[in-house]
Design a protein around this ligand. Structure first.
Ligand code: TGC
Ligand code: FAD
Length: 387
């Protein structure tokens, strides 16, 4: 029996019925709703906001959070599959879901009061309230411990001053989960659109993640009530705990981008006739394609095991670093090689490879650069902190 070209080890057979159903539903959404419009959206530098309602209806926002808050209560492997299938469409849509789910709904659920959960989570699951996550600052995202944004207690309120940079969903968002230094260490605040002194400015001229909104945030004496402070965490472990959730999803997402590129290159090279035969009939093309399938297979197995560890409550942040590093590197290399296999045709967004390759320049940088994750593993092996 022929093997599935994008699942050579039949990883799908290791999924539960529910996990397969989730994958199928999101795959259908990507095929029918995302792929027909995403090339144009990327060209136009436009986030396809019209898809948010359907994404919410499919239960993809905060998908692993409990049903009590209007969420789907899915397991971690299902969340991974959601990320993979969305990113087969475009990293920008997966980013939207990662930020809403792992970086905004997760901290409200994990660090917020019951009142805060009830206030924001159901509307966020329904896509009626959109969130963004402000950690990175202009002077150095890799070192968030050195943040300058400060929240000063003033009576019953907090007054925030500072700025954040490269914030996904910034101009779309109704609320921002903002991390600020305080006299008692780093704390998280939910800053609402329209609060005086809070402004977002969209970052233009991006060559990557063009179908996603990226912004700078400004805080000029923004007065935030105590009711908007996340009470149950202090210190850098607050935002880093959110990053572990989002990076987990990002370990899965690029598999989808790589599969999209391999699919395109495979079809193209089978039809492209050069020197009297299809490009796919040459040994060098077959070696390239085989090597892509090898790397995708390894990433699939790595992610599934990571997901099983997460569902068993045993996943360690260092394991997430290894998977985020490996799978982003795998996908960006494959996207670039597929672009090459398409020749000149590969440089236009009529084909997906260059869009994915450009998107992956962001994906390999955000949520911890490749170097940051390599140093996390180096520290784990040697016991020496090289940061
Ligand atoms: P260290 O000072 O040792 O630790 C501080 C505290 O945090 C705990 N911790 C973690 N907790 C949960 N998950 C993790 N991954 C954690 N890593 C550390 C740690 O146990 C400690 O707790 P406690 O109780 O002792 O206080 O911090 P470190 O030396 O490990 O951190 C250094 C470094 C460089 C790894 C860290 O600063 C880092 O990860 N930098 C990269 C920053 C980053 O990734 N920013 C991402 C911004 S958000 C984003 O990019 C969104 S894009 C989304 C999209 O569009 O999809
Ligand atoms: P820097 O930290 O200045 O790094 C510059 C270079 O130095 C990199 O190559 C890095 O690997 C290297 N480097 C860093 N430390 C070391 C070291 N110790 N040794 C050797 N080399 C090192 N942030 C948010 O908070 N929220 C968001 O929603 C968000 N969305 C984003 C969306 C996009 C499209 C992009 C591009 C970024 C987004 N980010 C977001 C920011 C992202 O997390 C940061 O860009 C990333 O963490 C790197 O920070 P930096 O850009 O300041 O680079």
């Amino acid at each position: 029996m022929a093997l599935h070209p994008y699942d050579l080890y039949d990883v799908r057979s290791q999924l539960s019925e529910e996990e397969r159903a989730v994958q199928d539903a999101v795959a259908r959404f990507t095929d029918e709703r995302v792929l027909p419009i995403i090339g144009d959206a990327f060209d136009q530098g436009r986030f396809p906001k019209e898809l948010v309602g359907e994404i919410a209806e499919l239960g993809l926002l905060g998908a692993t959070l409990p049903e009590d808050y209007g969420c789907a209560g899915l397991n971690a492997v299902s969340y991974g599959l959601i990320c993979q299938e969305l990113e087969r469409g475009d990293s920008g849509l997966r980013s939207f879901v990662s930020v809403q789910s792992s970086l905004c709904m997760y901290p409200i659920h994990a660090y917020g009061s019951e009142e805060q959960r009830r206030r924001w989570l159901p509307d966020m699951a329904a896509g009626k309230v959109i969130g963004c996550f402000g950690l990175t600052e202009p002077h150095g995202g890799s070192d968030p411990a050195n943040m300058k944004t400060f929240a000063k207690k003033d009576g019953g309120d907090w007054v925030i001053n500072g700025g954040k940079m490269w914030i996904t969903n910034g101009n779309l968002a109704d609320i921002a989960v903002v991390w600020a230094q305080t006299d008692e260490g780093i704390q998280g605040f939910v800053v609402e659109k329209g609060m005086p002194g809070f402004a977002a400015q969209e970052i233009k001229h991006k060559m990557s993640l063009r179908a996603s909104v990226t912004s700078a945030l400004f805080f000029d004496n923004v007065r935030v009530p105590e009711a908007n402070r996340l009470p149950n965490v202090k210190g850098l472990k607050g935002p880093l705990g959110c990053l572990t959730q989002a990076r987990y999803g990002i370990a899965w997402g690029p598999i989808g981008a790589a599969i999209a590129c391999l699919d395109e290159a495979l079809n193209y090279s089978k039809e492209r006739m050069l020197f009297g035969r299809p490009v796919a009939a040459t040994q060098s093309a077959q070696i390239k394609l085989a090597d892509m399938a090898r790397r995708i297979t390894l990433a699939q197995l790595l992610s599934l095991q990571l997901g099983r560890l997460k569902d068993a409550g045993k996943m360690q942040p260092q394991q997430v670093s290894l998977a985020k590093w490996n799978n982003c590197r795998m996908a960006i290399d494959i996207a670039r090689e597929c672009r090459d296999l398409l020749g000149g045709a590969g440089i236009t967004t009529e084909h997906a490879a260059i869009r994915h390759a450009l998107n992956l320049e962001s994906v390999i940088t955000y949520e911890g650069t490749e170097t940051v994750h390599q140093l996390v593993i180096g520290r784990e092996l040697t016991g020496i902190n090289a940061f």
